[in-house]
Design a protein around this ligand. Structure first.
Ligand SMILES: [Zn+2]
Length: 464
C-alpha cells in the first residue's frame, strides 16, 4: 500500500554550503517547472494538429455524402418516362458535373488523410520520441534523471486531462505553477540513515546534499508515529518510492516521502466479526462489535475538541480585528503571518486528533480480532450529526482505512440511512425512536439503549 509522509528537512553544513545547496534545489525546481510546461505544450500541439486534420477529413466526408445524394436524385429523375430531350441533356450534364466534383473531393480526402498520417509520424518522432531533445534544448537540469521524471509526469497528466474532458472543452490544459514540488527518485536518491552520535535521522540526497529530518521536540502522536515509520525505512522494511520536495510558505523545505508499506497478514481474526463505528456529537466515535454488542467503547471526548476549537476561533477573531486596525507595512505582514501560522496550528491539531482517534479505533478492532471495520459512507450532504467537519471526517476515514489495512483488517462502507432511527433489536424504523440525543427507546418493542450504542450496533451489522 502506498502512503505519503511530510518531513521537514534542513540542509547540514556550514552557512556557505547550505546557502549554495538551497539555491541548487530552487534552481532545479525552476528548471523542472519550465520543462513540465514545455512538455505539456508539445503534447498538446501534437494533439491539436491531429484533431484539426481529422476535422478536415470529416468535413470532406460530409461533402462527398451530400454530392452522392444529389447524383442519386438526378439519376432517379432521369429514369422518369416522357422527359423532354432538353431536360435529359441538362440532367446528364449535371450528373457529369457532380461526379467530377466528387472525384476532386475524394482526391482531397486521400491527400488529407495521407498528410495526417505523415504528420502523425513526424510529430510522434519529433514531439513524443524526441520530446527529450526538444525540452533539453530549453532547460538545464543538474540531474540527468530529471528529464525522464518530467516527461513521465507530463504524459501522465496529459492523458488524464484528455480523459477528464479536455477534448470536449470541459477542462483546460494542466498549467504547472512555479512552486510545483521538485520530483525526486526514491530509493536511488533518498538514502536514509541514523546519525552515529545522536538519534537524528539523516538523508543523503544527490549533488552531495545531506539533510537532517526535523521531527520536532513535542512528543505528540504524530512525531512518535513518524519516527517509528522512518525506523522501518532505515531498516528497509518499507520501500521508498518516487517522491517530491517543496518549500512551504514559511520557507521550510518539505519532503513528501512516498512509501510502499507491505500489508500485514491478519490470520488471527474471528470470521465475520465486524466493528461498527458511529461518529457522534457527545463522543467523536462510538464503536461496537456485531456479534457481541456488550463489547463497545467510546473513543475520545468531544468536549476537549470543542474547547480547543473555541480557542482557535477566539484567537482568529482577535487577529482579524487587529489586522483591520493596522494600516500596512511591517505590522500588517506580521499579523498576516500570525494568521497563517494559526491556520497551520489548527490543521495540525485536527490532523493529530484524527490520528489519535483512528489509531484507537483500529487498535480496538485488532484487540477484539475483527475481520472488518464498518464505516458510514460519506454522502454528498454529509452528516449533520457529528462533531467533525465533512473534510475532517474524510481525512479520518482515510486514516482508519490505511491503519486498518496495515493490520490486515478490511474497511467497508455502508449506507448511512436510518442507522440512528432503526431499533437494533427488532428492526423497527421510526424517527421518534430516538427520543433525545442520548436516549433511544423503540416505540414497538420498548427496547431502551444509549442512542450512539444503538447506531454502532446497526452499523456493525449492516452487512451481516
Ligand atoms: Zn424494537
Amino acid at each position: 500500500m502506498k502512503t505519503t509522509r511530510k518531513l521537514k528537512l534542513t540542509i547540514i553544513g556550514d552557512e556557505e554550503t547550505r546557502k549554495e545547496q538551497y539555491k541548487i534545489i530552487r534552481e532545479e525546481q525552476y528548471q523542472q517547472y519550465k520543462a513540465l510546461n514545455l512538455c505539456m505544450t508539445l503534447l498538446n500541439t501534437h494533439n491539436i494538429l491531429n484533431s484539426y486534420n481529422t476535422g478536415a477529413e470529416n468535413k470532406l466526408n460530409a461533402q462527398i455524402d451530400s454530392i452522392d445524394k444529389k447524383i442519386e436524385q438526378a439519376k432517379k429523375e432521369l429514369e422518369k418516362k416522357g422527359l423532354k430531350e432538353s431536360k435529359v441533356s441538362k440532367l446528364k450534364e449535371t450528373i457529369e458535373f457532380l461526379e467530377n466534383d466528387r472525384e476532386k473531393l475524394k482526391d482531397e480526402y486521400l491527400n488529407s488523410s495521407k498528410f495526417r498520417s505523415d504528420i502523425d509520424e513526424k510529430m510522434k518522432e519529433m514531439y513524443i520520441k524526441d520530446m527529450y531533445t526538444v525540452v533539453q534544448n530549453q532547460v538545464n537540469f543538474r540531474a540527468r534523471d530529471m528529464m525522464s521524471l518530467v516527461t513521465q509526469r507530463a504524459r501522465k497528466d496529459f492523458k488524464n486531462s484528455l480523459k477528464n474532458g479536455m477534448a470536449k472543452g470541459e477542462r483546460s490544459l494542466t498549467n504547472y505553477k512555479r512552486d510545483f514540488p521538485l520530483m525526486t527518485r526514491g530509493e536511488r536518491w533518498l538514502k536514509f540513515e541514523y546519525d552515529k552520535d545522536s538519534d537524528d535521522i539523516l538523508i543523503n540526497w544527490i549533488h552531495g546534499i545531506k539533510f537532517k529530518v526535523l521531527l520536532g521536540y513535542k512528543k505528540n502522536e504524530n512525531s512518535i508515529e513518524l519516527r517509528h515509520t522512518l525506523h522501518k525505512v532505515i531498516n528497509k522494511e518499507y520501500k521508498i518510492c518516487d517522491s517530491s520536495m517543496q518549500f512551504d510558505r514559511n520557507n521550510n523545505l518539505i519532503l513528501n516521502l512516498t512509501l510502499d508499506i507491505p500489508d500485514k497478514q491478519n490470520n488471527n481474526y474471528i470470521e465475520k466479526r465486524t466493528l461498527g463505528v458511529d461518529l457522534g456529537i457527545k463522543y467523536p466515535a462510538y464503536v461496537c462489535l456485531n456479534d457481541d454488542t456488550y463489547i463497545r467503547s467510546h473513543i475520545g471526548e468531544s468536549l476537549e475538541l470543542l474547547k480547543q476549537r473555541e480557542q482557535f476561533k477566539d484567537r482568529r477573531k482577535r487577529l482579524q480585528q487587529q489586522l483591520k486596525n493596522v494600516k500596512g507595512g511591517k505590522g500588517r505582514n506580521k499579523k498576516l503571518s500570525a494568521l497563517n501560522k494559526l491556520s497551520d496550528n489548527e490543521r495540525n491539531f485536527a490532523r493529530t486528533y484524527n490520528h489519535m482517534i483512528s489509531k484507537r479505533i483500529v487498535e480496538f478492532a485488532k484487540k477484539h480480532r475483527c475481520e472488518f471495520i464498518n464505516l458510514e459512507k460519506l454522502t454528498k450532504d454529509g452528516f449533520d450529526n457529528n462533531i467533525l467537519s465533512n473534510w475532517s471526517y474524510y481525512e479520518l476515514q482515510n486514516m482508519i482505512e490505511y491503519k486498518a489495512k496495515r493490520e490486515g483488517i478490511e474497511v467497508r462502507y455502508i449506507d448511512p440511512a436510518y442507522t440512528s432511527q432503526k431499533c437494533s433489536r427488532c428492526g423497527y424504523i421510526d424517527k421518534e425512536n430516538r427520543q433525545t440525543q442520548e436516549k433511544f427507546k423503540c416505540l414497538k418493542c420498548e427496547f431502551e439503549i444509549n442512542a450512539d450504542h444503538n447506531a454502532a450496533i446497526n452499523i456493525a451489522r449492516a452487512l451481516d
